[in-house]
Design a protein around this ligand. Structure first.
Ligand SMILES: [Zn+2]
Length: 271
C-alpha cells in the first residue's frame, strides 16, 4: 500500500510534467473507483491550466484555475508518465493528457483509489480538514505532540498512527521511529518523557525523509512504466524482524499486536 513517501515520490515524479501545463484531454475508462469519478473531472479539466501539484497527507492535489482534483492511490494505485501514445492496459482507468502530448495514466487493480473534486480551498474539504499536521512540516513539533499526548492513556504507537494527531506515519514507519527513539510501542502516550518525545519527533521526520530520499532514486520508473515502491525495506531495523537479534544490543526482536497492527520492538532498547 502506498505510504506518504511513495505519494510524495509520485508527486515529485509527476509535477514537472503537469505544473504550468494546460490539460488537453481527460479519459475516464472506469467511471467508479472507490467512489464515482465526479463529472467535473472530465467536464472541467480539459482547457484548465495546472497551477500546482501538491500533497496533503496521502492526497495529491491537482490545482488548476478551475478547481482542484483530489487524487488518492488507495491500496494499489499508481501513476506513470507516457511520452508517446501507448494503448491502455487492463486496470489503466484514467488518463490526463497535457497540451504537450504527455499522458499521465492512472492504474489501479483493486480500485480503492479515489478522484474527488472541489471548487473551494482543498484544505476545507471534509476528508482533509480534520487531518493533523504534516510530519515533515513546521507544525509538527515536540510542543505540539506533547500537548496532544498529555494525560492520554492510549499506547504511543497507535497514537502516532492516528491521522488526526499527525498524518502519514504508517505501521512500518511507526515501528522504526519508536525503535530509534527507544520508546516501547505500548507505553501510554501521556507517560513518554519529554526527551523521548523530542527524539520521537526527530525519528519520525528522519524515517520518512530517508524513505523519500530512497524514492528519489526510483523516479525514472515513472517513465519506463514500472514505479513499484517498497524502497525503504533495506533500512528496516525492527519491522518484520521478530526473533532476529536487535541491531543495537543483540536481544531478540519481539512482536506484539497493538491496535490490531503488528508491532516490532526490542525489549531491551525500548522502555
Ligand atoms: Zn536492542
Amino acid at each position: 500500500m502506498p505510504e506518504l513517501p511513495e505519494v510524495e515520490t509520485t508527486r515529485r515524479g509527476l509535477a514537472p510534467w503537469l505544473e504550468g501545463q494546460r490539460i488537453a484531454q481527460i479519459v475516464v475508462r472506469v467511471p467508479r473507483l472507490r467512489w464515482p469519478v465526479p463529472p467535473e473531472f472530465a467536464g472541467l479539466l480539459p482547457g484548465a491550466r495546472v497551477t500546482a501539484l501538491e500533497r496533503r497527507a496521502k492526497w495529491l492535489l491537482l490545482r488548476t484555475d478551475r478547481g482542484t482534483a483530489l487524487l488518492h492511490l488507495g491500496m494499489t494505485g499508481s501513476f506513470r508518465v507516457l511520452r508517446e501514445h501507448r494503448p491502455p492496459a487492463v486496470h489503466d482507468h484514467l488518463d490526463i493528457v497535457t497540451g504537450d502530448g504527455v499522458t499521465v495514466r492512472f492504474n489501479d487493480p483493486r480500485r480503492f483509489g479515489s478522484v474527488l473534486w472541489t471548487a473551494d480551498d482543498p484544505a476545507l474539504h471534509p476528508l482533509i480538514a480534520p487531518l493533523g499536521p504534516e510530519p515533515l512540516g513546521d507544525d509538527f513539533t515536540v510542543e505540539y505532540l506533547r500537548g496532544r499526548s498529555r494525560k492520554r492513556s492510549v499506547a504511543i504507537k497507535p497514537h502516532i498512527m492516528n491521522a488526526q494527531i499527525v498524518v502519514g506515519v504508517g505501521n512500518i514507519y511507526a515501528s522504526e521511529a519508536l525503535f530509534r527513539a527507544r520508546i516501547h510501542p505500548a507505553r501510554a502516550a501521556g507517560r513518554v518523557a519529554l526527551p523521548r518525545l523530542e527524539a520521537l519527533v526527530a525519528a519520525i521526520r528522519e524515517v520518512l525523509a530517508e524513505s523519500i530520499r530512497d524514492g528519489g532514486t526510483t523516479l525514472r520508473d515513472f517513465y519506463n512504466g514500472e514505479g513499484q515502491p517498497g524502497y525503504f525495506s533495506r533500512r528496516l531495523r525492527v519491522y518484520d524482524r521478530a526473533g532476529s537479534p536487535c541491531v543495537e544490543c543483540g536481544a531478540p526482536v519481539r512482536q506484539m499486536v497493538l491496535g490490531q497492527r503488528s508491532s516490532y520492538y526490542c525489549p531491551r532498547c525500548q522502555r
